[in-house]
Design a protein around this ligand. Sequence first.
Ligand code: SF4
Ligand code: SF4
Length: 384
Amino acid sequence: MPKVYNWQIGREMDYWYEESRPRRQAAAVFDTNKCIACQTCTVACKTTWTSGKGQEYMYWNNVETKPWGSYPMGWDVNILKMLGPQRWSLEGERYVYRGKTIFEAAAQSERVLGYLPSDLDYAYPNRGEDETNEIVVEEKFYLRMPHDLWFFYLPRICNHCTYPACLASCPRLSIYKRPEDGIVLVDQARCRGYRECVQACPYKKVFYNHVTRISEKCVLCYPAVEKGIWPRCMRTCIGKIRMFGYLNTPEKADPENPLDFLVHVKKVGLPLLPQLGLEPNIYYIPPIHVGNINFLRMLFGPGVDQAIQTYNKAIAGRDLELVAALLLNVSTDRIMTKFKVIGSSEVAGYDENGHEVVRIPLKEPAVVRPFYDERLQVYRHNIT
Ligand code: SF4
Ligand code: SF4
């Protein structure tokens, strides 16, 4: 197999095809600290793309509660168990993954290590919702930070991976990664429904349509993206947890690009299960309230400790630029390629033509109204 470089694991790895990066890579950062599991993103996607026959069970976007939630059931536990020991080592200043990826751990007769979920695995998309990590509340238990009892929400879509397992596994060459933006698509005319991709994708984000008998997956709302507009799940996000745009590789990182800033400069956006080796392009700001840091390291890699520290510094008011970048989340539905803090009071975002598409204050003005309004002669109970 050819050797390709995967910067998320800090080393070269085996992949079925030669390295071929798109001209630019569509990507997103999700701030798990702000997700309220309202499922607006799930419904926005469902009503846009998967309301047809054979798609009833599909959620191209889903939001699961960690640690117990998963859709399809046990997708993460299953692949991690199959993969075996996963080890990161600190070499110089960077972490290198020294375990095997799913491409390197595949049996000789397979291209990718994977499994095919059963039909019933898809039957409980909200299993484990709002369940905490522990069910026993010990004597003298009290609430402290980080919480002993915790859960958090993990919104998931296809990661439009740099090294997609779905693409590597397809014997019909039906899956392709667009050179112009890195979006991964299934050619519906070529697909014959062998389900190799469903088996290979460790995130289980390719779905088999049993009516049309072909595979389908998230298309990252490419018709909108081509017009410079965010995908549906992202622009409708109620919690304003999402930032969409284009991400460069670390050596070409542009600190004025909001995605590069969050992922490469501040390193608060981390990939989901980087040890699998796909270089996924949806990044997560890890939750800051979770008591078990090892669980987060397993999910987001060894950068978690640093990311939490940096994020905490920002919410304590000691990193204005990071606060500014985070405030831009879902502040516009236009794709921004640059952002800039103006003075110390505003942040503006610009599209690829340099046009300002949004400008917002860094501090929301707070208006305190009197309990009794003499002019209108009314009492107000909600006074802020
Ligand atoms: S998340 Fe799965 S379906 Fe999406 S590109 Fe990666 S391997 Fe393919
Ligand atoms: S719309 Fe946003 S806040 Fe609501 S569940 Fe989806 S990601 Fe979370």
